[in-house]
Design a protein around this ligand. Structure first.
Ligand code: SDX
Length: 429
């Protein structure tokens, strides 16, 4: 990082010099680390203008709708790469050569199974438990099985934990669905990709030979690629903050899953599809647009808006194209949900409220349409988001842990509570 200097004149008229760091891409940043000692904290609820870390993994240009994984545009990766290759890229910083790719895929394949005892964890859940609740519990419990590799300062332990998480989360995700259906768990197959394995573990039946439709496998692989990482979003920041205390990677990823579940974040894909179903017909769209604009109505158009993108989310564009392909190939191009989605997007993008607030469809708007067409139950949508984002969470966690200047994250506050006062006995209150 190259440093210039910014001058800040405090309310006390003291002038403070702040180093300015120039990024490869994006905004300059002011280093305020020592400002606290000079008499003032910065105040930024929701971290709208705060860079919490330095990273080399993912870059987003919200104004231009650009998303780069290690410098490669998401559109190119979605078209030409695979989830496994993107995982290698995010973890290692470069695209693999053929030998590196084969070795990486083979390593992942040899860690897709879970300990047999982990299967008994599911019996403690109700069959109708939300699968995200199961994911939080079971993924966190992985740390109870790998006492041999929890030293986060050991690069080999970090690598094997990363491999186990990336390989086992798809298996656990599929197990959540099978458990809810009362179907037997299906073991992963080493001759399948993570996307093919996931669909096979979700839907194959021991009573007959079958293999997932290659078209659906490609659509699922693309959905995994599009969701793999996204800079310092809420769940990734959760993983980094949990990791900064030295917590083990399985616990950190479980924390990320918990955060992702929220409807303002990864839970939006489930909420967006439920909203499209509730709208039901194109003629009802104006009523919902009006509700979204009504300050007294908490309703928001799920799948619209983004903290960073003030232009189209590039993932939404790829997802929309993929939805057209999948629905056409499945003979569902007249899918009423997709029709409502296309018309809602069109109307919303012409509405002054959405134009002024720069509210565009985000990654969650179309993903639900595709997953619904594939036959994935709505409550599994965020599970699939978590499955894919595990790669980004692990890459970001590894980057943070390897940072020599790593410190525990500990924000300060603007305290507006009571000044110091003495205890009052009951009889005197
Ligand atoms: C993801 O950060 C990431 O990178 C996340 C993610 C990733 O890959 O990790 O991209 C994944 O989480 C995508 C976002 C999914 N969430 C939704 O689709 C839920 C609906 N969207 C919103 O709740 C909202 O847009 C957020 C949470 C996404 C962004 O919230 P911000 O940045 O805090 O913006 P805001 O809530 O302050 O909204 C700004 C204005 C407000 O109006 P004013 O107070 O200025 O009058 O826009 C309005 C909001 O009321 N607004 C919406 C709206 N989103 C924002 N109005 C109607 N419908 C919406 N969807």
């Amino acid at each position: 990082m190259t440093a210039e200097t910014a001058k800040l004149t405090l309310h006390t008229n003291e002038v403070v010099e702040l180093p300015v760091y120039k990024p490869t891409l994006g905004q300059d940043v002011l280093d305020i680390r020592h400002l606290g000692k000079q008499g003032a904290f910065t105040y930024d609820p929701g971290f709208v203008s705060t860079a919490a870390c330095e990273s080399k993994i993912t870059f987003i240009d919200g104004g231009k709708g650009i998303l780069l994984y290690r410098g490669y545009p998401i559109e190119q990766l979605a078209e030409k790469s695979s989830f496994e290759e993107v995982a290698y890229l995010l973890l290692n910083g470069e695209l693999p050569d053929k030998d590196e790719y084969q070795a990486f895929v083979s390593k992942l394949n040899n860690h897709t199974m879970v300990h047999q005892q982990l299967m008994t964890f599911f019996n403690g859940f109700r069959r109708d438990a939300h699968p995200m609740a199961i994911m939080i519990g079971v993924v966190g419990a992985l740390s109870a099985f790998y006492h041999d590799s929890l030293d986060i300062d050991d690069p080999d332990h970090r690598e094997i934990s990363a491999t186990r998480l990336i390989s086992k989360v798809p298996t656990i995700a599929a197990m959540c669905y099978r458990y809810s259906q009362g179907h037997p768990f299906v073991y992963p197959q080493n001759d399948m990709s993570l996307a093919e394995n996931f669909l096979n573990m979700m839907y194959s039946m021991p009573s007959e030979e079958s293999r997932p439709d290659p078209v659906l496998v490609k659509a699922m692989d693309r959905i995994f690629i599009l969701h793999a990482d996204h800079e310092q979003n809420a769940s990734t920041s959760t993983v980094r903050l949990a990791g900064s205390s030295g917590a083990n990677p399985f616990a950190c990823i479980a924390a990320g899953i918990a955060c992702l579940w929220g409807p303002a974040h990864g839970g939006a894909n489930e909420a967006a599809l439920n909203m499209l179903r509730e709208i039901g017909d194109v003629k009802n769209i104006p009523e919902y647009i009006a509700r979204a604009k009504d300050k007294d109505d908490p309703f928001r158009l799920m799948g619209f808006g983004h903290r960073v993108y003030k232009n189209f989310d590039p993932r939404a564009k790829v997802m929309r194209e993929s939805a057209h392909e999948v629905l056409d190939l499945l003979g569902k191009h007249d899918d009423p949900i997709f029709k409502v989605a296309l018309e809602l997007e069109k109307i919303a993008l012409e509405d002054p409220y959405f134009i002024e607030k720069k509210l565009y469809p985000n990654v969650d708007f179309y993903s639900g349409v595709i997953l619904d067409a594939i036959g994935i139950p709505t409550n599994m949508f965020t599970v699939i988001f978590a499955l894919a984002r595990t790669v980004g969470w692990v890459a970001q966690w590894s980057e943070m842990i390897a940072e020599p200047s790593r410190r525990i994250g500990r924000p300060r506050q603007l305290y507006t509570g009571s000044a110091q006062r003495d205890y009052v006995d009951f009889d005197d209150r």
